[in-house]
Design a protein around this ligand. Structure first.
Ligand code: ADP
Ligand code: MG
Length: 486
């Protein structure tokens, strides 16, 4: 009892001081709801009704709180928050702990979380389920959960991602006000979907800091939803999401088969869309081929723009490497970067991974990075993880298909099969290795660069006009891909 009195009397003194320093309405809104819990030495623990509440105090009144505390508890005063969402609006009277508790005020008042786990959980807020909004006051702040490295500037444009990238730019300027709503980015893993989606978020945040932006992985959304159902806070969950100005949901294919989550997302989607708020989705499958997703949801996805990101061509791969090297302040000779871009063909994540492994390996062995050491090191790194498409292998596969000897490609023969095999070998070599025309020509029959260029064009044209030939090309393409992986 005595302790309790002690807490309230100290807190009341703090309030007196605060009252003198803020407008009355703010005082009523932000300080009267605070419940002082206990005093432990120079640590005061207070209870606040929501994560927003705490964040708002943090952002706006941390200095004032500090002064008030120091006046009454001395210079070593510390403040600990406990965030307890009152579920009184729901049937339950029992307070539902929003996030266990523990929080910290930065600045001179040093954090004293009750336990570390709780504190770090708070710093990475999962989701404020219960958004307290106060009419007439600034909107609450939320952590958009964005990685600041993913910017539009850092995103290299190529044929593989042109549409997505230019749409992203328009959306970033006017979120919700372009025809690209929702904006759906789809493509295989490691091709930049997450990067592009987050880049829009970062750009919006930069241009419109007051806008509420949230990035969330579909899986996480799903977990939050289940938690909300269990805690009887489904409405708060929906309400929270409906307040956003920009919602980014990554990997929506994860919603497949989750009926409740889809229904809830559908409601959120409609509400955001109707009020002109921007929705961005990513997906690793072509939306029309998504199994286990409700049709009405799929049809919504088609309202806006669907942009595919595909595997980058050689030049784009090289540009990505150059950008990365430049951004990281490294210096690596161009021939090595070109070598990497030739070697790792299918996936940007692996492209970056290879670069990093190469740097690590060269540091480790303390050798100077020359093309030769890079080739040695990479031979080891790449072969394990990624198919290395070689001209030799392609020639072998193509000749095997036509039942001809590889050596006849070097002959002058214009026999139909031989000429086809020669052209197809050149075409696939360009497609899979990205080597210069000149190098391919040297490797295939000692031809010059213009012959290879001509072959590539001829094959591309024949694919469009001759269905039978197209079938052969697709068949061989699969065979090359398969063969190199084994
Ligand atoms: P996804 O989400 O499609 O699996 P990510 O967005 O995670 O792929 O991309 C994988 C990695 O490749 C990230 O580090 C990303 O920054 C990088 N990346 C992908 N595309 C590009 C690009 N066009 N320019 C620069 N970096 C890229
Ligand atoms: Mg991703």
């Amino acid at each position: 009892m005595e302790m309790e009195n002690n807490v309230s009397s100290i807190w009341n003194k703090c309030l007196d001081f605060i009252k003198d320093n803020v407008p009355e309405s703010s005082f009523r809104t932000w300080f009267t709801p605070i419940v002082p819990l206990k005093i432990d030495g120079n640590i005061l623990k207070i209870q606040v009704p929501s994560a927003y509440f705490y964040e708002y105090l943090e952002a706006n009144y941390v200095g004032l709180l500090r002064s008030a505390l120091q006046k009454n508890l001395g210079f070593q005063a510390k403040l600990v928050y406990s965030i307890v969402v009152d579920a009184g609006r729901a049937a339950a009277k029992r307070p539902v702990p929003f996030q266990q508790q523990g929080y910290t005020v930065p600045g001179k008042i040093i954090s004293q979380p009750d336990n570390k786990a709780a504190a770090s959980q708070h710093l990475q807020p999962n989701l404020p389920y219960n958004p307290y909004t106060f009419p007439g006051l600034k909107m609450p702040k939320i952590d958009p959960q964005l990685n600041s490295n993913y910017t539009l500037d850092n995103f290299v444009v190529g044929k593989c991602n042109q549409l997505g990238r230019s749409a992203a730019e328009s959306i970033a300027k006017k979120p919700g006000k372009t025809p690209y709503n929702p904006f759906m980015i789809f493509g295989n893993s490691g091709l930049g979907k997450t990067h592009l989606a987050q880049a829009i978020g970062n750009s919006v945040k930069e241009m419109y800091p007051e806008k509420l932006v949230l990035y969330v992985e579909a899986n996480k959304f799903q977990t939050q939803y289940s938690d909300a159902c269990r805690n009887n806070t489904r409405n708060d969950f929906i309400h929270f999401y409906q307040m956003l100005d920009l919602l980014i949901i990554d990997d929506v294919q994860e919603f497949a088969g989750k009926v409740g989550t889809q229904d809830t997302f559908f409601a959120i989607f409609n509400s955001l869309h109707q009020s002109g708020k921007q929705i961005i989705l990513t997906c690793d499958t072509m939306p029309s081929e998504l199994k286990g997703l409700n049709d009405r949801l799929l049809s919504r996805f088609r309202w806006g723009l669907t942009a595919e990101v595909s595997a980058p061509d050689f030049q784009t791969r090289l540009n990505i490497l150059k950008k990365k090297v430049y951004n990281d302040g490294m210096e690596i000779p161009d021939d090595i970067l070109e070598y990497i871009a030739h070697t790792v063909v299918s996936n940007v994540r692996e492209l970056e991974g290879t670069l990093i492994s190469l740097l690590a390996a060269s540091t480790f062995t303390r050798c100077d990075l020359t093309l030769e050491t890079a080739q040695n090191l990479l031979g080891k790194i790449v072969r394990e993880s990624d198919p290395e498409y070689s001209v030799d292998f392609i020639v072998r596969t193509v000749c095997g298909h036509f039942g001809i000897k590889e050596s006849v490609l070097s002959s002058k023969s214009r026999a139909k099969d031989i000429a086809s095999a020669r052209q197809l070998s050149m075409y696939f070599s360009k497609q899979f290795t990205g080597l210069p025309y000149k190098t391919i020509g040297e490797k295939i029959g000692g031809r010059d660069h213009s012959t290879v260029l001509h072959a590539c064009k001829a094959v591309a044209k024949a694919v469009e006009t001759d269905p039978k030939f197209k079938e052969t090309v697709l068949f061989l393409e699969e065979k090359i891909k398969e063969g190199e992986k084994n």
